[in-house]
Design a protein around this ligand. Structure first.
Ligand SMILES: *Cc1c(COP(=O)(O)O)cnc(C)c1O
Length: 360
């Protein structure tokens, strides 16, 4: 089995070894586990380029839970939010606002358009508390311009909430420079480890002005108890202990390689794939792309057939695409243990699959 998917991803051998070595998951209410979590936290903040005064919430839950919890801990029906919706994950933020009756306006980015200044124009004169964005809208692969978004928020004193689940540790990211107040990450995507753990890093001002002062009725998802417990490197409830250990190993691996080298490898593999894909009967959208993933759009409506054939006959997994592009688009991830030789292999199987489908 070979994964070219964005999450879970093809894991590094080094991380697989950490998983295998955990012949039993350790007990966690110990100084040793606290030390491991505090060590993880230092590296996480270093890579997110944020000050030690920011606060990380380690949630044992998938990325969507972290998105929902972040919104619920920070905003209420007295706020007004602005949501950038350019695909499935933007729509998820909209759904969260709707379910929890949080007033919001939506900047729609239709498929194929690049988010630009003109999308903000109709919202110029309205007052908003915060902006929500998925910086890599994984369903399309578009990487939005963080500078543009950050300027809009800074000039209006808005909080900026960034879902960086498929972008953090794949693309450049700088929490403090861009005034990001909450950044959401998840184990199975950018961190390239097992699913089950999500991280929300909160700016000091968001913690002080919102999280600690509001009244959010939830036991499991209330960030106040996570903040209190993390003073000693602990979580209020049993965390996904094994995945916390994987995360620590993954961050040390990146630290050893160097974050910039790690990001450059992903960018190089992505660029190599995009070049080699010129030999296929597909095109790649011209909006800015995250290094994490490349959408390929087929000339013929065979994308899902290609996905199934690669999976069933060759044990190769790529990401299918939901919605209107189901028969037209596949997405190829460039994160985890993968290199340019894997691209050569994948391209040859894609060619083979396309020919086999055309023959029937
Ligand atoms: C995968 C993903 C999510 C949701 O993740 P789950 O872990 O499936 O809940 C949210 N946002 C983005 C941008 C993603 O790529």
């Amino acid at each position: 089995m070979r994964l070219f998917t964005v999450g879970p991803v093809e894991m590094f051998d080094e991380i697989k070894k950490v998983r295998a070595d955990e012949n039993s998951v350790p007990y966690f209410r110990t100084q040793e586990f606290s030390d491991l979590m505090l060590d993880t936290d230092g590296l996480l903040k270093k890579f997110a380029k944020t000050s030690v005064s920011s606060q990380t919430i380690y949630l044992t839950a998938s990325g969507t839970a972290a998105m929902e919890a972040a919104i619920q801990n920070c905003f209420t029906d007295s706020d007004k939010l602005l949501v950038i919706n350019g695909g499935t994950f933007g729509q998820r933020f909209v759904d969260i606002c709707e379910i929890h009756n949080i007033p919001h306006d939506v900047i729609s980015v239709p498929y194929g358009e690049t988010l630009s200044e003109r999308h903000f124009v109709p919202f110029q004169n309205e007052k908003y508390t915060a902006l929500l964005v998925n910086i890599d809208e994984t369903s399309t692969g578009q990487l939005y311009d963080i500078g543009l978004i950050s300027d809009f928020c800074k000039s209006r004193g808005m909080y900026l909430i960034v879902d960086a689940i498929s972008s953090f540790l794949c693309d450049q990211f700088d929490m403090d420079k861009y005034g990001i107040d909450a950044m959401i990450a998840s184990s199975q995507k950018g961190a390239c480890i097992s699913p089950g753990l999500s991280m929300v890093i909160l700016s000091e001002r968001l913690v002080q002005e919102r999280v600690l002062t509001n009244h959010f009725a939830s036991l499991y998802f209330n960030f106040k108890s996570y903040i209190e417990n993390f003073k000693r490197g602990q979580t209020p409830f049993t965390p996904a202990v094994g995945i916390c250990i994987e995360l620590n190993a993954a961050l040390h691996m990146i630290d050893r390689i160097g974050l910039d080298n790690h990001l450059k490898h992903i960018a190089d593999v992505a660029a190599d794939f995009r070049k080699k894909a010129e030999d296929l009967p597909v095109h790649i959208p011209d909006f800015p792309l995250s290094n994490a993933i490349t959408p390929i759009i087929f000339d013929e409506p065979i994308a899902f057939k290609v996905f199934e054939l690669l999976k069933n006959k060759y044990g190769i997994f790529v990401n299918p695409t939901g919605g209107a592009l189901h028969e037209k688009a596949l997405r190829i991830a460039h994160i985890g243990q993968t290199d340019v030789d894997d691209n050569t292999m994948l391209i040859s199987y894609l060619k083979k699959a396309i020919e086999e489908i055309r023959e029937v």
